[in-house]
Design a binder for this molecule. Sequence first.
Ligand code: CP
Ligand code: NVA
Length: 327
Amino acid sequence: MNLKGRNFLKLLDYTSEEIEYLIDLAADLKAKKKAGIPHKLHEGKNVALIFEKTSTRTRCAFEVAARDLGMGVTYLDPTGSQIGKKESIADTARVLGRMYDGIEYRGFGQTIVEELAKYAGVPVWNGLTDEFHPTQILADFLTIREHFGKLKGINFVYMGDARFNMGNSLMVGCAKMGLNFTACAPAKYFPDQKLIDECESIAKQTGATLRFESNVATAVKNADVIYTDIWVSMGEPVEIWQERIDDLGPYQVNSNVMSIAGDNAVFMHCLPSYHDLNTVVGREMGEKFGRDSMEVTNDVFESAQSIVFDEAENRMHTIKAVMAATL
Ligand code: CP
Ligand code: NVA
């Protein structure tokens, strides 16, 4: 498998075999890291990390992974560069492409990261856009494979806003890798029909199934994985919280949902999560809306069924695999 020189912008650009290869490579690099075996596969190279939105996991994963691979790293924060304000994406791409061997981009529209890739001349990796978050899905699938020993045939239920980056990418990932994907939400939160159609045709090849279900009990029965994400994503206006709480409140992952799914089901979340009042936003929301949690209750988040921190760790191993393979 040779992925050298490839961008990693969305899973739709990758075959099932290529995705499996990246997950296998991540597992291998993870084992090496745990055993203390050095793997400086790209010694002397440098990567630039552009973040137009904030991050903990993705930034740290790219930084640690790059260093483990022997590379230097420059982090460009949401305010500290000329990008978008004084310099276009195309010009930025051509400048950074002269200095760096690879570029990560987190920001708004998918068209921006696609344009960056068009002009950079070096591999570009999508660290989250409004439409897709492909590196997250690699981590999620490595975690599911570690837990269940397989991906094919896993019953995967995504609860909440399924038409943004996480819902879209998880649906594509499930279609590519043969999982049974259910989006559980009011119909207006289902993914765009064009993307559903594309995933349906991929699913025909892989044996995956796609289901769009508004009834919680029907959706989560026999689920292996219950997955959710925050109800208001980065870049969306705070005014939308009330509407999201009204619409998605019934789709909160709580002990009732987990008990319908059963004891063998796991809970997953890309994080960060509003599961308690221990954050500034969580407290503000708590006061304003009289809630102690949003998309997941604290008891589920902290339960033995929750594998969210294994998932968070795997961001690093999978992002390392993407860089290792494409540079
Ligand atoms: N899951 C994820 O992308 O987390 P960060 O926003 O902290 O990078
Ligand atoms: N949907 C979330 C994902 C965060 C990792 C957001 O875009 O903010």
